[in-house]
Design a protein around this ligand. Structure first.
Ligand SMILES: [Fe+2]
Length: 190
């Protein structure tokens, strides 16, 4: 995913409620930022697990993509006149995203967290993330958002779907090995 160049006109439809759209962007931004922290902390804890050695480079790649998504949203918010995302007042949408991600982070940080519970927490976050991008991309398309940004949104949505799929596959592999004591038959990447 690439970050688009600056635009003079962001929406082809004039009736788009910019305040509402900004709220949705801020909500996604909160999730992306928290996802970067989540991956940092999860990777630090999972690195010691022999069964997950092959997963770490993929989690690192996902973390870098979450960071790019956050940067792209920050640029778009800046172009919409909301450059200072950090200082914004929390709305219900932003609060929902923040508290969901805080619960996920808390479970990853828990002293008794296991590789399986951490991978499950990441999967929950990725499902929130993929679902959020799906809604946002559809609304952005219907609102006539600039084509370059729309392309970046679609790329972010595809990347999030891949995160969800890969994390799910690795979690299932772990569960099969540890809970069912058998090898998971499905390949770990597509
Ligand atoms: Fe993701």
């Amino acid at each position: 995913m690439t970050v688009p160049t600056r635009k003079t006109r962001l929406f082809t439809r004039r009736e788009v409620d910019r305040g509402d759209f900004i709220d949705k962007l801020a909500q996604r931004w909160v999730v992306e930022r928290a996802a970067v922290t989540m991956y940092q902390e999860a990777i630090a804890r999972l690195r010691v697990n022999q069964l997950l050695q092959k997963v770490i480079p993929e989690l690192e790649r996902f973390m870098a993509q979450e960071k790019l998504h956050a940067d792209m949203l920050e640029q778009l918010l800046g172009e919409l006149g909301r450059g200072d995302v950090h200082g914004e007042h929390a709305t219900p949408a932003v609060n929902l995203a923040a508290s969901t991600m805080a619960a996920i982070l808390e479970s990853i940080r828990a002293p008794r967290a296991t590789a399986r519970s951490i991978m499950e927490a990441i999967l929950m976050a990725e499902r929130v993330d993929a679902g959020g991008w799906e809604l946002l991309t559809e609304l952005a398309k219907e609102g006539g958002l600039d084509e370059d940004y729309l392309r970046s949104f679609r790329a972010a949505e595809r990347e999030e779907r891949e995160h969800e799929h890969v994390v799910r596959t690795h979690l299932m592999r772990l569960e099969h090995e540890m809970l069912l004591h058998e090898r998971y038959p499905v390949a770990t990447s597509r």
